[in-house]
Design a protein around this ligand. Structure first.
Ligand code: HEM
Ligand code: HEM
Length: 179
């Protein structure tokens, strides 16, 4: 197994980034929806700390992943795909990267505008990125939620596309990301 991507296969690092981040994002979505609905308690506060700490970690991971992506060749899509379909697939991936930056950033803005401390897993302080402001906090909450809905819809399409490649088109697009 190669570490780096080649022109026709994803390397180990890209696969690790993909699946580790996919699982963590699903966990974060579940945690986020649960934590806003539980009653105020020490457990709720714990859930927020974990959510924000993992969220900041995901932001760092997506930046590292994008750097890795540009430092490596990108496996080409099957020749059976039209150039339009290839462009659409690439555009969708760029869009997912934008959402993966926008979601944790908007979360960070909520926390900063609400003037909450942000201690990364209780270890060290992460600075605020905006000044305390109620209006900014509300807009950031709306943005966090809207981008999450956009991600949910995009990922559903992404999964359907991956399964379509595997089952209907019978090419190696899913196999080379999975296997
Ligand atoms: C990819 C990373 C993230 C995912 C998937 C995610 C997901 C979610 C979800 C599903 C919710 C509940 C729905 C909502 O209120 O919007 C939520 C709420 C929240 N998230 Fe995140 N989040 C992420 C990153 C972050 C980060 C980095 C922070 C802060 C540093 C953060 C702070 C918050 C806060 C404060 C709320 C509560 C908002 C409210 O009260 O309406 N999130 N998040
Ligand atoms: C939250 C969940 C997920 C996220 C955020 C995500 C994100 C991404 C991104 C950004 C890429 C583009 C990689 C690049 O070009 O740099 C990608 C590729 C891919 N994803 Fe996902 N993904 C998720 C879940 C899944 C699932 C569940 C499947 C399978 C059913 C899947 C199958 C694939 C495949 C096959 C590729 C490679 C496409 C190609 O070769 O061009 N993904 N994913």
């Amino acid at each position: 197994m190669r570490w780096r991507n080649s022109i026709d296969n994803w390397g180990l690092i890209s696969k690790l980034f993909h699946w580790l981040m996919a699982i963590t994002i699903l966990f974060m979505a579940g945690l986020g929806l649960t934590m806003i609905n539980v009653r105020l308690s020490p457990m709720k506060l714990e859930m927020f700390i974990v959510h924000k700490s993992i969220g900041i970690l995901l932001l760092a991971m997506v930046i590292a992943r994008i750097c890795w992506r540009v430092m490596n060749p990108t496996p080409s899509l099957p020749d059976t795909m039209s150039s339009r379909a290839k462009m659409f697939a690439r555009f969708t991936h760029v869009w997912i990267y934008c959402l993966l930056i926008g979601i944790p950033l908007s979360g960070w803005v909520i926390n900063s505008a609400a003037n909450f401390p942000l201690r990364w897993f209780g270890l060290f302080e992460i600075p605020a990125i905006v000044a305390p402001n109620l209006v900014v906090e509300e807009y950031a909450k709306l943005t966090h939620m809207t981008l999450l809905i956009a991600l949910g819809i995009t990922i559903l399409g992404h999964i359907v596309a991956a399964l379509r490649h595997h089952i209907l088109l019978n090419d190696n697009v899913l196999r080379r990301m999975w296997g």
